[in-house]
Design a binder for this molecule. Structure first.
Ligand code: ACM
Length: 526
């Protein structure tokens, strides 16, 4: 009995020990070594960083510390310095050059040095320091941090978040707030789902009705005034993201999910389906191809650094009932004895070629794995959690893949068993499941290099208000951020929870709402 009690006590001690927050950093860094002493940051202290970023860094540091830090004049003694990895190597020849996104933060009693060999590495070191400052002690206007050595680098190169703007529109302010949060948690891909059945949200100059007509309405109010981003707004958001090391990937969904577009330009419709209205573009028509090429050409110019244009390609069969009656489809089906799937496949091959010729890779949902698209120019997004074979197939075919299965990556799924509003599918997506992804996923070792990363997706059918979009996205987005950044051996859910407690008030300060898993806060249902 005595021994049993001792074991229980020891286990409880271990749990406490492992779970206690040693620091306030999310995502958990690869290594955090506490050192002796304290670093005291005083108001008016100097910061050294390269010219192109110092103003931006100072703003972030001042917001985080509430101090009036200043750019260092030449030869000044600095409190915070952004340095090259080479300079650290000067102290230890064994050190390697730091990779993309990698940084080392050395918090000494006299100075905090952030070493990196990439701009993103310095930026992520800055985020870590800002997180520590926001939760630091302050005495007489000074901020005090325990000394530490932090080495850190991303687990995955793709740490993504997808936002559906079609079903309900978010707008510039909310998107920028999202990008700020993503950057703070070291996420780097914003997959922007800009077109779908319930509204077209990106201005295309050559076809103004896409927004003036196709932009009208949303899922709950088909008469809502047109809501969309002008090209100027898009450029502004793309630049805002870029400054935060986030690449914006546009998604223009086709040939399905096209109702809003064909409402504006019915001549390009693929016909009315029984359940989903005029859901597709005409998949075998030269004029429709030219229309889509014009659109993609303008999209490409708006996202010069995206590298990828995502064109959806999902759920096409929802709307292909009337394809055989379209003269252009009928002709090729009869001539070549094609099935609907073959017509879809040909459409995909032509469209991907357009995108590739514009100088971009194509992104698409996992349905595209069978479309015969070029392996080196295609990135697939595995979303059908109930079809693991779709992931297997894509990897076996040699495609690169981003993992975003509905379970546990779709944030429109409910997150607590008591919640009424939102999706379920043999269960739901609690915080712990999102956090644990993708560690439990069985994947042969030789495929690992093909998995670029993971992504959360917020579909907005059930999120009418920004308040609810926040409620569904947070704090699961922080869990996904840690899952995407931190190596499996450093992940521990209870420890994440203890750090998360320090971040919920920070979300609030940013004007971001959230579900509070610690109090099971009331559900926001609309
Ligand atoms: C999807 O959820 N239809 C990609």
């Amino acid at each position: 009995m005595m021994i049993k009690q001792l074991i229980t006590l020891f286990a409880a001690f271990l749990t406490c020990h492992v779970s206690a927050a040693e620091h306030s950093i999310i995502p958990q860094p690869v290594s955090y070594q506490k050192a002796d002493g304290y670093f005291v940051l005083k108001p008016g202290a100097f910061v050294y960083a390269s010219h192109d970023v110092v103003g931006f860094y100072l703003k972030q540091l001042n917001d985080a510390s509430g101090q009036d830090l200043r750019m260092a004049p030449a030869d000044a003694s600095c409190a915070i310095q952004f340095l090259s990895g080479e300079m650290r190597k000067g102290q230890d020849k064994k050190l390697e050059k730091l990779g993309e996104g990698e940084y080392h933060l050395s918090i000494l009693p006299t100075v905090a040095n952030i070493y990196a060999d990439s701009a993103s590495g310095h930026f992520y070191g800055l985020q870590t320091l800002c997180q520590l400052l926001r939760t630091s002690e302050h005495n007489d206007g000074a901020r005090t941090l325990p000394c530490a050595e932090i080495s850190d680098a991303p687990r995955f190169g793709w740490r993504g978040y997808m936002l559906d703007e079609s079903r309900h529109f978010s707008g510039t302010e909310a998107v920028k707030r999202t990008l700020d949060a993503m950057a703070y948690y070291k996420m780097n891909r914003f997959h922007w789902h800009l077109t779908d059945s319930h509204g077209w949200r990106i201005e295309i100059k050559k076809y103004p009705k896409l927004t003036t007509v196709g932009g009208i309405g949303n899922l709950t109010d088909p008469k809502a005034p047109a809501a969309f981003y002008t090209q100027e707004q898009i450029k502004d958001i793309v630049a805002y993201a870029k400054a935060r090391h986030i690449t914006v990937i546009p998604e223009i969904d086709m040939p399905g999910h096209a109702n809003a577009a064909v409402r504006a330009y019915p001549q390009y419709s693929g016909g009315k389906s029984s359940k989903h209205g005029e859901f597709t573009f005409n998949p075998a028509d030269e004029a429709t191809d030219a229309f889509l090429k014009d659109i993609l050409t303008e999209v490409a110019a708006l996202f010069p650094d995206a590298g990828i244009i995502h064109y959806g390609g999902d759920e096409v069969h929802f709307g292909w009932d009337k394809w055989p009656e379209l003269p252009q489809v009928k002709k090729i089906m009869e001539k070549d004895n094609l099935k609907l799937k073959d017509v879809e496949r040909l459409f995909n091959q032509r469209l991907a070629k357009v995108i590739n010729e514009l100088g971009y890779k194509t992104g698409g949902w996992d349905e595209l794995s069978g479309a015969g698209l070029p392996r080196d120019k295609t990135l697939l997004f595995w979303w059908r959690h109930d079809k693991p074979q779709a992931l297997d197939y894509a990897l076996k075919e040699g495609y690169e893949v981003v993992l975003c299965p509905r379970r546990p990556c779709y944030l429109d799924f409910v997150q607590h068993e008591s919640h009424k509003s939102g999706r379920r599918w043999g269960g739901f997506n609690p915080l712990a499941d999102t956090y644990g992804f993708p560690d439990a996923l069985e994947m042969p070792e030789n495929y690992r290099g093909k998995v670029l990363g993971i992504q959360a997706c917020l579909w907005t059918e059930t999120t009418v208000t920004q308040e609810r979009r926040d409620f569904m996205a947070y704090p699961r987005l922080l869990a996904l951020a840690e899952a995407a950044w931190t190596p499996t051996k450093r992940k521990e859910f209870a420890n994440f929870e203890s750090r998360l407690k320090l971040h919920l008030p920070q979300l609030k300060q940013r004007g971001i709402g959230y579900y509070d898993p610690f109090t099971n806060s009331p559900e926001i249902t609309k």
